[in-house]
Design a protein around this ligand. Structure first.
Ligand SMILES: [Zn+2]
Length: 252
C-alpha cells in the first residue's frame, strides 16, 4: 500500500490535503479519488508504472474524496469505480483490490453513503472519514450526518479490531481501540453537556452552542451548531427531548 496525498491542503483537509491509497498488484486499486490535482494524477501514474488503474474505491461522496473521479476516468477509462454513485457498493461485499480482498463495510454517520474497506490479509482498514488523528469527525446533521449511526459505525469497527486505520486525512492510526474509545467518551460527554444546558434553560441551538462552546471563533460556529443539532436529533429519536418550532426541551 502506498499513501499518495491528493494535493488539496486546507484547514479542513490537512496540511497535505486528503490521503489516497494505492494498492498495487494484480488489480491496481486506489482508495478515494482526491480532487483531480494534476500532480496527484501524475504521482498515481508513477506508482502504477506500466499497469493501468483498474479500480477506484470511494469512501463517501464528499467533494474532497470524490471530486477527482472524472479526472481519473479521463486518464484510465477502464477503471471500475465503487460506491460512486452509492448503489455501486453493498455492505459486506468482497471486492478485489491490489493483490488482496477488501470487505466493504457500510459505516454511515459522517455521510449516509460512507464505507470503510477492510483488507483481509493485513487487517488494515481504509476508514475514510470515520476517524482522524488530532480531532473529532464532523457529523453534519443538516447535510445527511447522523450521530446515532456514527456511534454504531464506531462500535462496529471497534468490534472488528483492525490492526490500523488508514484515514482520509492525517497520519495512519495504530491505537485503534484507544482512539475509538476516546471518540465514544467525547460524544457521551458532549451529550451530557447538551442535557445539562437544556436543564439550565437554554432551548435553541444558538443558546446551546453559546453555553457549551463559549468563546468559539465565529468561523466555526456553524460546525458547532451542526454538531449540537446532531446530538439533539439523536436524543429526540430516543424520545428524550422534544422540539417545537426549533425550541428544544428535555422530556420529564
Ligand atoms: Zn474528508
Amino acid at each position: 500500500m502506498l499513501r499518495i496525498p491528493a494535493g488539496n491542503p486546507s484547514p479542513w483537509t490537512g496540511p497535505e490535503g486528503n490521503n489516497t491509497y494505492l494498492l498495487p498488484g494484480a488489480l491496481p486499486a486506489l482508495v478515494d479519488a482526491g480532487v483531480g490535482v494534476p500532480a496527484h494524477l501524475d504521482a498515481v501514474a508513477r506508482a502504477l508504472g506500466e499497469s493501468p488503474l483498474a479500480r477506484v474505491l470511494i469512501t463517501h461522496s464528499h467533494p474532497d474524496h470524490v471530486g477527482g473521479v472524472p479526472a481519473l476516468l479521463a486518464r484510465w477509462p477502464e477503471a471500475d469505480v465503487r460506491n460512486y454513485p452509492p448503489d455501486r457498493c453493498r455492505d459486506d461485499e468482497i471486492i478485489a483490490g491490489g493483490d488482496t480482498r477488501l470487505v466493504a463495510l457500510h459505516t454511515p454517520g459522517h455521510a449516509p453513503d460512507h464505507f470503510c474497506f477492510f483488507d483481509e490479509q493485513t487487517r488494515d482498514l481504509y476508514c475514510g472519514d470515520l476517524a482522524r488523528r488530532g480531532g473529532t469527525i464532523v457529523v453534519p446533521a443538516s447535510k445527511g450526518g447522523n450521530l446515532a449511526e456514527y456511534l454504531a459505525s464506531l462500535r462496529r469497527i471497534r468490534e472488528l479490531a483492525p490492526a490500523r486505520l488508514l484515514p482520509g486525512h492525517g497520519p495512519i492510526i495504530e491505537d485503534v481501540v484507544e482512539l475509538i474509545d476516546e471518540y465514544l467518551k467525547h460524544r457521551a460527554e458532549r451529550e451530557h453537556q447538551v442535557l445539562e444546558a437544556l436543564q439550565s434553560g437554554c432551548d435553541t441551538v444558538a443558546q446551546l452552542v453559546d453555553r457549551i462552546y463559549s468563546g468559539l471563533h465565529p468561523s466555526v460556529v456553524p460546525a458547532a451548531a451542526d454538531s449540537v443539532l446532531a446530538h439533539l436529533i439523536k436524543l429526540r429519536d430516543e424520545g428524550r427531548v422534544v422540539e417545537l418550532s426549533e425550541r428544544w426541551r428535555q422530556v420529564e
